[in-house]
Design a protein around this ligand. Structure first.
Ligand SMILES: *Cc1c(COP(=O)(O)O)cnc(C)c1O
Length: 334
C-alpha cells in the first residue's frame, strides 16, 4: 500500500489530536475513553469530510474542473466542507440539498451548515425526500456541462474509493499515535453514514495488519444494509490501493440501534450524549451523527460491552456547527 501515489491537496490540520477523556471515563465507570479529534480538521469548523476532500479535490484539479458539485441533507456537513474546499481552491461549488426531515424551523433551513455554504459562495438548490440524489446531481451537472463548464461531481458524503483514501490515511495516523504514546487500544468507535469513513478506516487498519475491532454506529440505514455498503466500498478502496482482499466481511460491523426516529432526527439518548460530552469534557457533539455515535458508546459501556480495563477510542467526526441549525432541540432559559 502506498497512499503517496494518489494526488492530494492539503486542506486539513493533521495529525488531529488524540486525547484522553478522564471525566467521561470516570462518570461512565467502564473503559478508559480516548477521543480522536477529527472535529478539529480545521477547514471551516472542521469534520471528517475534509480528509476525503484532500483526495477528491486533488482529483478534481487533475481533471481540470472549474466547478465541483455535491449533494446532501439540508444540514450537510459534507456540503459545507466541500463548499469551503472549493472556495479555498478557487473553484465554483453548486450543491443539491435534500429535505430529509421535513423540519420547517428557520434555523434548520438557514443557520448552521447552510449559513456557511452561503458564506463560502456556494450556489444551491433543493429537493424533496426519497429521490435518487446522486442521479439528480448528475442531471444538473450535465446541464452545466452543456454550458461549457468542467464539472467534477462528488457523491453524497464524499464516499467513493477516492474519498475513502482520506480515512485510510486516518487509520495510519491513529496507529502511529497509538505507537508513539504507547496506547494499546481495544476498540475504535465512530458514527457511520455514507460509509466512506468506516470503509477507509477498516482498509487502513487491516492493510497494516492491526486487528483492533472497529465499530460503526449507524445514523440512517438498517444494520445489514449499512454493513453491505461499508463492505462494498472497502473492497473497492482496497483494490484502488493495490491490496485487494485485506478486508473480510466479518471485519465490517455496524450497530444501528441508535438511529432513533430517522436520519437527522434525534432520539432521547442522542440528546443525553450531547449533554454528557458537553458537561464532562467540553466536547460538542452534533445531533445528526456524532451524538448518535456517542449514544452508542455510552449505552454499550453501560451494558458492559466495552469493559473496565479496556481502552476505547471514540473518533469524533465533527458536525458541531449543526447545533445552531438544531436550535429548537435545546431549551435555553431567558
Ligand atoms: C458524514 C459524517 C459522518 C459519517 O461519515 P460517513 O463517511 O458518511 O459514514 C459522521 N459524522 C459527521 C459529523 C459527518 O458529517
Amino acid at each position: 500500500m502506498n497512499l503517496a501515489k494518489f494526488p492530494r491537496v492539503h486542506l486539513a490540520h493533521l495529525p488531529t489530536p488524540l486525547e484522553h477523556m478522564p471525566r467521561l471515563s470516570e462518570a461512565l465507570g467502564g473503559p478508559d475513553i480516548y477521543i480522536k479529534r477529527d472535529d478539529c480538521t480545521g477547514l471551516s469548523t472542521g469534520g471528517n469530510k475534509t480528509r476525503k476532500l484532500e483526495f477528491l479535490m486533488a482529483e478534481a484539479q487533475a481533471q481540470g474542473a472549474d466547478m465541483v458539485m455535491t449533494q446532501g441533507a439540508t444540514q450537510s456537513n459534507h456540503a459545507r466542507q466541500t463548499a469551503a474546499a472549493a472556495a479555498k481552491l478557487g473553484m465554483d461549488c453548486h450543491i443539491l440539498l435534500e429535505d430529509r426531515t421535513g423540519y420547517n424551523y428557520d434555523n434548520y433551513k438557514h443557520n448552521g451548515n447552510v449559513l456557511l455554504d452561503h458564506l463560502h459562495g456556494a450556489t444551491m438548490e433543493h429537493r424533496g425526500p426519497d429521490l435518487d440524489m446522486n442521479a439528480e446531481m448528475e442531471a444538473v451537472a450535465e446541464k452545466f456541462r452543456t454550458e461549457g463548464r468542467n464539472v467534477y461531481t462528488i457523491p453524497g458524503g464524499g464516499s467513493n474509493a477516492t474519498g475513502a483514501l482520506g480515512y485510510v490515511n486516518c487509520a495510519l495516523e491513529m496507529l502511529n499515535q497509538f505507537v508513539t504514546t504507547g496506547l494499546n487500544v481495544d476498540h475504535i468507535v465512530h458514527a457511520t453514514g455514507s460509509a466512506g469513513t468506516q470503509a477507509g478506516l477498516i482498509v487502513g487498519l487491516r492493510a497494516m495488519n492491526a486487528n483492533i475491532p472497529l465499530l460503526g454506529i449507524g445514523v440512517r440505514a438498517p444494520k445489514a444494509k449499512q454493513e453491505e455498503n461499508v463492505y462494498n466500498l472497502a473492497v473497492k478502496t482496497a483494490e484502488k490501493l493495490g491490496c485487494p482482499g485485506v478486508v473480510a466481511r466479518e471485519d465490517v460491523v455496524a450497530n444501528t440501534d441508535y438511529v432513533g426516529p430517522g436520519y437527522g432526527m434525534p432520539a432521547e439518548d442522542t440528546l443525553e450524549a450531547i449533554d454528557i460530552f458537553a458537561k464532562h469534557e467540553a466536547i460538542l457533539l452534533d445531533p445528526v451523527y456524532s451524538a448518535k455515535g456517542g449514544a452508542g458508546l455510552i449505552d454499550l459501556i453501560r451494558k458492559g460491552h466495552f469493559k473496565k480495563g479496556e481502552k476505547v477510542v471514540f473518533l469524533h467526526t465533527g458536525g458541531a456547527i449543526g447545533l445552531t441549525g438544531y436550535r429548537h432541540l435545546f431549551n435555553v432559559p431567558e
